[in-house]
Structures are given as structure tokens and as C-alpha cells.
Design a protein around this ligand. Structure first.
Ligand SMILES: Cc1cc2nc3c(=O)[nH]c(=O)nc-3n(C[C@H](O)[C@H](O)[C@H](O)COP(=O)(O)OP(=O)(O)OC[C@H]3O[C@@H](n4cnc5c(N)ncnc54)[C@H](O)[C@@H]3O)c2cc1C
Length: 393
């Protein structure tokens, strides 16, 4: 029997695993946690909307067949010649591999940025951001140094704006609990480009700026971060922002394991795949999610989003089963359900199936998308068990 290994239990890896599990096809999934976390909701965990546990789904709650095996390990390499995935705790031989190890932060070579900022890359780092801010605000009550109340967010894409929206809802509550006037807080989002949220329709952006500004945030565009030293963001033109909390949300690149293993990668470290999602270097390896360099029929790379990752994972599993049974493979032709950006829990912006939406409608659509995802992953049982803890309706 062919040995099938999936690495990474993100949106792509879990979709592949759920598909194989349902089909009763034996496989092993290796991940660094025994739970799948919802990356698209990490800003909620960082912004204090709910405890970290709210954004986890135990992997075994999704994979229920005896034929599915979960192994906890930190993957450190892939030996393509020997067909082995190497982890800290063991080695995993494969005949077929589905690689879905996601992304890491991209620092674009900005000096000191990686060393001197927090990032929202996984559930642990998201919770760390919330705890760091709480500790800074508590420190202010002891020494009165206003730098503790300054938060600098680098990047005004989806992650930076969603995080800002959450913080503007949470910080007034935190201030109240510590007896700090919220007017003393300085929350700024610093963006090098002239606009925010490039993935959202241009006519919706003024609504975002107005909403976040009214709540007390500052959005600074055309402002380039040149260097970060401990507690200080250095901007183009010589201005410095001294902040107790500095969070970088400005870019992502693929997990470097593919580059390290000698795969053919693009400038963001994503592994080249054919239309069936098989690696250009080895058709026994499927690369899915943010790690995949997959292109549409016009040669345009698919964006690194959860909805792409989910659809890639499911298709890779489908194609793998087809390969094993001698059936023809299907090309990746994803559906785009739209992009939604929350601005706190009560309003948002974005589009649903291409129709622009904003305000409460967008917030409700975003909440609904959580239930939709859980239902797709684990049916009514999972949606019923987990939706309540993740939704705020
Ligand atoms: C705050 C935020 C909001 C977002 N909002 C949206 C949104 O609204 N819509 C949207 O479509 N996309 C959104 N995205 C992007 C989306 O989350 C990613 O595109 C998606 O997570 C990619 O899925 P993936 O399966 O490729 O990787 P991931 O979800 O990152 O999963 C990778 C998995 O691999 C595991 N792993 C990593 N390294 C190792 C290792 N060395 N050993 C073992 N396991 C490892 C991780 O623990 C994780 O389980 C958002 C991202 C962020 C950060």
C-alpha cells in the first residue's frame, strides 16, 4: 500500500486530510500542534476578542477514521531523493507527499525589523501580542512612561487593518480596567504604499479610514519604515516612533523548507506546481496553500489566501486518490467567494461574490464565513460544536 504523508495542518493540509479521511484512504499527517488553528482569525486572538483556545480545532475532532494517523513533530527538512520528511522527533517515509506548511513573515530586508518586532504568524504569537500589550499598559500605571501606550503596526493590508480594528475595540476596555484614559493611547498603522487594503474596492477604503479614525486610530500611508531598533521605528525622512509595542504585518513568504530542499521556487519561496498541484520537481509531491506557486491560465499566480488553500488541499487529495486508482486528474479551477475585512466585531468591508459590502452586512458575512468553514471541514458536527465559541452574533 502507498505511504501517504501530509505535512502541515493549516487550511490546505486539513482540507486534504479531511478528504482522505472521508474516503478511508490511509495517511499520516504531521503537524507541530495537535490542533488546527484558524489563521484568518488570529487578529481576534491578538486583539483580545476571545482566548486562544477559541480559535483551535483539535485535529482528531476532524479525522475520525482509524486509517488516519496524526503525528506531532516539528518538520526540519525534506529529502527528495530518499522520499523522507525529516522531523525533530522522527523521519517519515512517503510514496506521496502533500506539503502544506504555509508561510512565515517577509521582512523585505528592513534592518532590525525581525529582531525588534512581534508578528502575527501563529496562535502562540497572536496571544503573545495581546499579553505584551497588557504588560505594557500595566507598566504605564507604574512608571507613567507614555511609550508603553504607543502601538505601531507595520503594514495596512488585511492583517494590519483587521488587527487595528480589534485593538480599537479592546483597548478602551483594557484602559478602563487599568484606570488609564483611552485618549492617552496612540495606535498607529504605518504603510509605505499610498493606499490601504489593496484587495478591497477603492471606493470602500474611505469608509475604513473614517471608521478606524473615529474609533481613535491613526492610519499613515506613504510612510516607509527604514529600520527598527529596540522600541523605536525609524521612518523615511528621519522621524522616529518610540513604541512599547511594534507589530509587523507587512508581508508573507512561503515556509523556507521548500527552498532549503532545492525545489524550484519563485521570489516568495513558493514551490512551482502544475495545474494538478503536483510539484514541477517531483510528481509524487503535491504542494498546496500559501507554499504553492500555482498560476491561472493567464500565468497569474493565485493569491496566498485561506480560500485558495482550502480548495488546493481538497483537490490535491482528490488527485492523489485518482492517481492511485488510475483515474484522470483535475486541474485547479478555484471559486472566489470574496474577501472580507473586519473592523472590529460590529462592522467590516469587502465583497461577497464580487458584490461590494460594508458595515454590519460585511461583519455578519464574516461571522457567517466562520460557520461555513467549520461546516466544510467537519460537517454539521464540527460546525455545531465549535461555531458558538468563534462567532459573535
Ligand atoms: C490575521 C490574518 C487574517 C487573514 N484573513 C484572511 C481572510 O479573511 N481570508 C483569506 O482567504 N485569507 C486570510 N488570511 C491568509 C490565510 O490565513 C492564509 O492564506 C492561510 O492560512 C494559508 O493556509 P496554509 O494551509 O497554506 O497555511 P497555514 O494556515 O499557515 O498552515 C500551516 C500549518 O503548518 C504548520 N507548520 C508550520 N511549520 C511547521 C513545521 N516546521 N513543522 C510542523 N508543522 C508546521 C502550522 O502549525 C500550520 O498548522 C489571513 C491571514 C492572517 C495572518
Amino acid at each position: 500500500m502507498s505511504k501517504i504523508v501530509i505535512v502541515g495542518a493549516g487550511y490546505a493540509g486539513m482540507a486534504a486530510a479531511a478528504h482522505l479521511d472521508k474516503a478511508g484512504t490511509p495517511f499520516t499527517i504531521v503537524n507541530n500542534h495537535d490542533y488546527h488553528y484558524l489563521t484568518t482569525l488570529l487578529h481576534e486572538a491578538a486583539g483580545g476578542r476571545g482566548p486562544g483556545e477559541n480559535y483551535q480545532v483539535p485535529i482528531k475532532e476532524v479525522l475520525r477514521q482509524d486509517s488516519s494517523q496524526l503525528v506531532l513533530d516539528e518538520i526540519t527538512g525534506i529529502d527528495r531523493e530518499k522520499k523522507v520528511v525529516i522531523g525533530k522527533a522522527g523521519q517519515y517515509e512517503f510514496d506521496y507527499l502533500i506539503y502544506g506548511m504555509g508561510w512565515i513573515s517577509e521582512y523585505f530586508g528592513i534592518k532590525g525589523l525581525k529582531e525588534n518586532s512581534l508578528s502575527i504568524t501563529n496562535l502562540d504569537t497572536a496571544v503573545q501580542i495581546r499579553e505584551h500589550i497588557e504588560n505594557e499598559f500595566k507598566a504605564y500605571t507604574t512608571d507613567g512612561d507614555k511609550r508603553h501606550l504607543r502601538i505601531a503596526l507595520g503594514g495596512a493590508g488585511l492583517t494590519g487593518i483587521e488587527l487595528m480594528g480589534e485593538l480599537l475595540e479592546y483597548l478602551p476596555e483594557l484602559c478602563k480596567s487599568l484606570n488609564i484614559p483611552f485618549s492617552e493611547v496612540d495606535l498607529q498603522c504605518i504603510e509605505a504604499m499610498p493606499t490601504i487594503l489593496p484587495m478591497v474596492a477603492a471606493h470602500l477604503r474611505p469608509y475604513v479610514i473614517e471608521t478606524l479614525t473615529q474609533k481613535g486610530g491613526k492610519l499613515r500611508t506613504n510612510t516607509k519604515i527604514m529600520e527598527v531598533t529596540p522600541g523605536v521605528v525609524h521612518l523615511d525622512g528621519g522621524e522616529t516612533v518610540e513604541a512599547g509595542t511594534i507589530v509587523w504585518t507587512g508581508g508573507v513568504r512561503a515556509n523556507p523548507l521548500l527552498t532549503d530542499a532545492g525545489f524550484n521556487v519563485d521570489r516568495r519561496g513558493r514551490g512551482k506546481v502544475n495545474s494538478f498541484l503536483q510539484s514541477a520537481d517531483d510528481d509524487h509531491i503535491f504542494i498546496v496553500g500559501d507554499s504553492a506557486w500555482a498560476e491561472d491560465e493567464n500565468g497569474k499566480p493565485f493569491p496566498p489566501t485561506a480560500q485558495m488553500a482550502e480548495q488546493m488541499g481538497a483537490l490535491a487529495a482528490h488527485n492523489l486518490i485518482s492517481l492511485l486508482s488510475g483515474q484522470p486528474l483535475k486541474s485547479f479551477k478555484p471559486r472566489n467567494w470574496g474577501t472580507l475585512c473586519s473592523l472590529g466585531s460590529d462592522v467590516g468591508v469587502g465583497d461577497a461574490f464580487g458584490v461590494p459590502i460594508k458595515g454590519v452586512t460585511a461583519a455578519l458575512a464574516k461571522e457567517g464565513s466562520k460557520a461555513k468553514y467549520l461546516w466544510e471541514l467537519g460537517g454539521m458536527r464540527l460546525a455545531g460544536n465549535r461555531t458558538k465559541q468563534m462567532m459573535r452574533i
